[in-house]
Design a protein around this ligand. Structure first.
Ligand code: NAD
Length: 733
């Protein structure tokens, strides 16, 4: 057989081994060519009486990451072309057939009459795990790298090559729905306990064990094709089914607020599919899949969370002419909340860390944070004691700046005070090498201003982490007025090494993410002052797709910090730059009531010990007016909360703070959880259409004031029918 992406050989016992190993790629992915070759393999195995069965394995470190999502994007373009040429019905028919090719291929494998076994080592996700699920036997390597799962939901899709049907026939319906909704990567033993795979074995034995299974007469009939097959949870229309489906519906609503069509499609595919024999069930799944593939949500999420994020992670914004830097040793000055986190993520990436504070005790306290974090990992079985010892040995806690002398990069995270920062910059530059890059983690002080304290301002850059550092995947790299290309490149190399996602932002007050976040929080405060019930504000935030309501978010960040920022802004930019109502509200909360947020267990919420947080009843007394909840338009609240952030994002583009729409979109989702189904703050506008968005903003401006004013760049776009991505592509051309 003439194959490019697989090696195919049959041993003396008549057992075939198809080794998936795509040339010129580090990872196997499903492409049309792979589908063609797999179909030929199935035909060859089924058609040759001398072949008893077939093992599918990978020739690479990983099994496969699944379908090539750019191929799915191509399907959409083909649909548009056909629609223009032959009309919608013909286009949809072709699209449906094409989008279910993989599903049909897997079913062909499953019903070929010959046993197939998947021997999986490394990552096996999405369409690749659906291939394994269609095999009659699955065996996983028991190593640390092996993971299986169906993460499609994370990019607005769902497993459309039989995944929803096979998983729902392998385990209890509630567990199956959870697995499909969460899209998590599952470790080998867990996968076996869940019933997803049959066996776990040492990596170098999986192929032999899979062959053994075939040799011993492994069945070529899937459990669900055996007459009288019963699904683990029984029938949908049964007393047991009635215990599952009403709560499943409620959980779906609670978790998604109906914003994710793919999640609903999972629910319907499983619900409808479980009532049908497998072939029909797969057809139902395919119908939903074809529909979901064409949703705005899938297009937006694939673009931002898969394609753009991948590009940014691979250095799309890195200055090309600068040679890569390997950061071996990093200095972190300030071992407080942020510095301790930065030290941990750096040491976790294998770097040596010098962690400096005003006293050795303070520095040691910062180092102890790393101890706590790894200990938590150990208790979850995700790390070993030896990992903790090795990681801690890489962090040197000190109060002596001279210890920074051979660092390749220094990051400061001292108090947010220009005088303290200036002193630290001077002390650090006195000991580090002349070429070393200095980065500040400031969250509010413009980098251009701080760089004035530096003797080498072209080597001065912002590396802005979000808290908690170990969890938040976004890092803003701030290019100050004097920052040079080498500083930006080094910062990007560092962020890549610690496996976070960077965006490069030009200097501005609040940079990018915090500007949008502040707009969101302010909108929550405005609603409170208008008299909207606080619970309604919070619910509207979550219904709009934000991870938490604006008042919760403010509690997390700390109310006194909000007040401090508002006062600093007023001092520097004048009284017009702050909202007087907000100032009054925060002053009352912080200074009259001593409510600082979650950190002192008193903010917009109370945080009782051992019980869920609840809104502070005293908020009612801070509301000058109170609206009748039935008279409040919830849709308008939702719009306000997203539009106000998207407008701020559009302004950052107009001002040249953001120069690439991918960064605003990825940054808004990773940095502050901007409704992921929209694809991010700019995609929200682009997919709605600039004209429709501007009309919406104008309506809100007329009712709620100038913070909904539309910046010129967006007005122009509404007139020309342009998009942020379209304009960026034009500029790049
Ligand atoms: P923090 O108060 O927890 O820590 C500051 C640390 O710096 C303290 O341990 C202090 O002892 C040390 N320090 C002060 N002066 C020093 C000096 N001269 N030499 C050595 N160490 C010194 O503050 P934090 O929350 O970690 O914030 C640190 C920086 O990070 C600030 O610039 C802040 O704006 C920024 N930041 C904070 C957050 C956040 O959510 N807290 C997020 C992003 C950025």
């Amino acid at each position: 057989m003439n194959l490019t992406n697989f090696r195919f050989e049959t041993d003396a016992d008549g057992i075939a081994l198809a080794t998936w190993d795509m040339p010129g790629r580090s990872m196997n992915v499903i492409t049309p060519e792979v589908m063609d070759e797999l179909a030929r393999i199935v035909d060859a195995v089924a058609g040759d009486a001398a072949i008893k069965g077939c093992v599918i394995a990978s020739g690479k470190d990983n099994f496969s990451g699944g379908a090539d999502l750019t191929m799915l994007q191509g399907l959409g373009r083909e649909y548009e072309r056909l629609k223009a040429e032959q009309g919608e019905e013909a286009a949809m028919r072709a699209f449906f057939e094409e989008s279910r090719r993989l599903s049909l291929l897997y079913r062909k494998l499953e019903t070929s009459g010959k046993p197939f076994a998947a021997a999986v080592a490394g990552v096996c996700l999405g369409g690749a795990f659906e291939l394994a699920l269609a095999c009659h036997h699955r065996i996983l390597a028991d190593d640390d790298r092996t993971r299986v799962g169906l993460p499609e939901i994370k990019v607005g899709l769902f497993p459309g090559a039989g995944g929803t049907q096979r998983v729902a026939r392998l385990m209890q319906t509630g567990d199956a729905l959870q697995m499909l909704f969460k899209g998590e990567q599952i470790r080998p033993l867990m996968a076996r306990n869940m019933g997803l795979v049959h066996a776990v074995a040492p990596k170098d034995e999986i192929v032999a064990k899979a062959k053994e299974w075939i040799r011993a007469g492994g069945s070529a009939v899937a459990p669900w094709d055996v007459p009288k097959f019963k699904a683990p949870s029984g029938k949908v229309y049964s007393p047991a089914g009635m215990m599952i489906w009403p709560p499943a519906n409620a959980i779906y609503r609670r978790e998604t607020h109906d914003n994710y069509p793919a999640a609903k499609a999972i629910l319907t595919s499983v619900y409808e599919g479980l009532q049908l024999p497998m072939d029909l069930a797969l057809k139902v799944e395919s119908r939903h899949f074809a529909r979901i593939l064409r949703t705005t949500e899938a297009a937006a999420m694939i673009r931002t969370l898969f394609i753009s994020m991948g590009e940014l992670n691979k250095g799309a914004r890195r200055p090309k002419d600068v040679a890569p830097t390997a950061i071996r040793k990093v200095g972190v000055v300030g071992a407080g909340f942020m510095g301790a986190g930065v030290a941990y993520v750096s040491a976790n990436a294998g770097m040596e860390v010098v962690l400096i504070d005003q006293s050795v005790e303070a520095a040691e306290k910062g180092k102890a944070y790393a101890h706590t974090l790894v200990t938590n990992q150990i208790s979850k079985g995700r790390a070993k004691t030896a990992d903790r010892d090795a990681l801690l040995a890489r962090i040197h806690a000190s109060a002596d700046y001279a210890d920074l002398k051979d660092c390749d990069l220094v990051i400061e995270a001292v108090f947010e005070d220009p005088k303290v920062k200036a002193e630290v910059i001077g002390k650090v530059e006195a000991v580090i090498g002349p070429d070393v890059i200095f980065a500040s983690n400031t969250s509010t002080l413009p980098i251009t201003g701080l760089a004035k304290a530096s003797g080498r301002p072209e080597q001065f850059v912002g590396i802005h982490f979000f808290s908690p550092v170990e969890k938040m995947m976004l890092v803003e790299i701030i290019r100050g007025g004097t920052t040079g290309e080498r500083a930006v490149a080094t910062a990007l190399d560092y962020v890549r090494a610690i496996k976070k996602t960077p965006i490069v932002v030009n200097d501005s007050r609040g940079f990018f993410a915090n500007r949008c976040v502040l707009a969101y929080v302010l909108e929550g405060h405005k609603m409170l002052l208008e008299g909207v019930p606080p619970a309604m504000i919070e619910a509207a935030g979550r219904m709009a797709g934000m991870p938490v309501g604006p008042l919760s978010l403010n509690d997390e960040v700390a109310l006194d910090l909000g007040l401090k920022i508002a006062r600093a802004t007023e001092a520097q930019l004048g009284a017009d730059a702050v909202d007087p109502g907000q100032m009054k509200l925060l002053t009352a909360l912080v200074e009259t009531h001593g409510r600082l947020g979650r950190k002192n267990k008193k903010g917009f919420y109370d945080y009782p010990e051992g019980a869920p947080k609840r809104l502070w009843p005293g908020l009612r007394d801070l509301q000058p007016a109170r609206l009748d909840p039935d008279a409040v338009d919830v849709e308008e609240l939702k719009h306000r909360l997203l539009v106000v952030q998207a407008l701020e994002a559009a302004r950052t583009v107009g001002e040249g703070v953001i120069t690439d729409p991918r960064e605003a979109d990825v940054g808004s989702i990773l940095g502050f959880g901007f409704a992921p189904f929209t694809g991010g703050a700019l995609s929200y506008i682009d997919f709605m259409g600039a004209k429709a968005f501007v009309d919406l903003a104008h309506g809100l401006e007329a009712k709620h004031g100038p913070r909904f004013g539309v910046p010129d760049n967006l007005l122009r776009m509404a007139e020309t029918g342009g998009t942020f991505y379209g304009e960026a592509a034009q500029q790049a051309a």
